[in-house]
Design a protein around this ligand. Structure first.
Ligand code: FE2
Length: 236
């Protein structure tokens, strides 16, 4: 299976440093962005995520973001050498006529690529280091989960709830909510764990009960991957 796109793996790997030529002068040889394969089968997260939702979410919704991003970038072929991170991190590098599209479509691609990797059919327990960081920030795992669920529940309209690390404060953990397809990059934070609270993520199974979706989601959270993201953030 092709290695899925890993937005965290890309962290810090800008396609060019600030001192290099502007993106518009980059050669146009990079392929368009692609929809990453799921790291598990459509039905592997049942019953928490139903198969139909997974198919629609990945094959239709996520694909639409990838196609929308490529469509926007096609208007400025020189940008195709840029990484997704660099396009999202500094909006001023993106021409104004496609800035909103790149932010929304690129953000959708980034958030969903990470979201698939926040879940696993083989959910284990929280690793020691991540557990310590959670205890330090929130008091206990139970308190963190309650705060995360409450934040996701309160997010008005569509968006995301994230556990993030703050590099400006020794990678302390925080909870942030983001509207629409804003990403943790917009708030200068490192994503550790993110849950989609757009209705398309849960409506078929949970209907309007977002709180139930958030509570059930813990059953498929990939704690090992979350712990690895925190460690990677500290060492990169
Ligand atoms: Fe989504």
């Amino acid at each position: 299976m092709k290695k899925p796109f890993d937005p965290v793996d890309e962290a810090g790997k800008e396609s060019f440093p600030a001192s290099d030529p502007p993106a518009s002068n980059l050669p146009d040889h990079a392929p368009p962005f692609e929809l990453p394969e799921l790291p598990y089968g459509y039905g592997d997260l049942e019953p928490v995520v139903d198969t139909e939702t997974m198919k629609l979410h990945h094959d239709k919704h996520h694909l639409a973001y990838v196609e929308g991003l490529n469509e926007a970038l096609a208007k400025h072929p020189g940008l195709r050498g840029s990484s997704l991170e660099s396009l999202l991190r500094d909006r001023t590098k993106v021409p104004e006529d496609i800035r909103a599209s790149v932010h929304n479509m690129g953000g959708g691609h980034y958030n969903h690529s990470l979201f698939w990797q926040c879940m696993t059919p083989d959910a284990g327990s929280v690793g020691t280091d991540l557990r310590k960081a959670i205890d330090a920030a929130f008091g206990s795992l139970d308190k963190f989960q309650a705060a995360f669920e409450a934040a996701g529940q309160k997010q008005f309209g569509s968006g995301w709830v994230y556990l993030v690390a703050n590099s400006a404060h020794s990678y302390a953990l925080e909870i942030v909510t983001l509207a629409n397809q804003d990403t943790p990059l917009d708030v200068r934070r490192v994503p550790i764990l993110g849950c989609d609270v757009w209705e398309h993520a849960y409506y078929l199974k949970y209907h309007n009960r977002r709180a139930d979706w958030l509570k059930a989601w813990w059953q498929v959270v990939d704690w090992q991957a979350a712990g690895a993201r925190l460690e990677d953030a500290k060492w990169t």
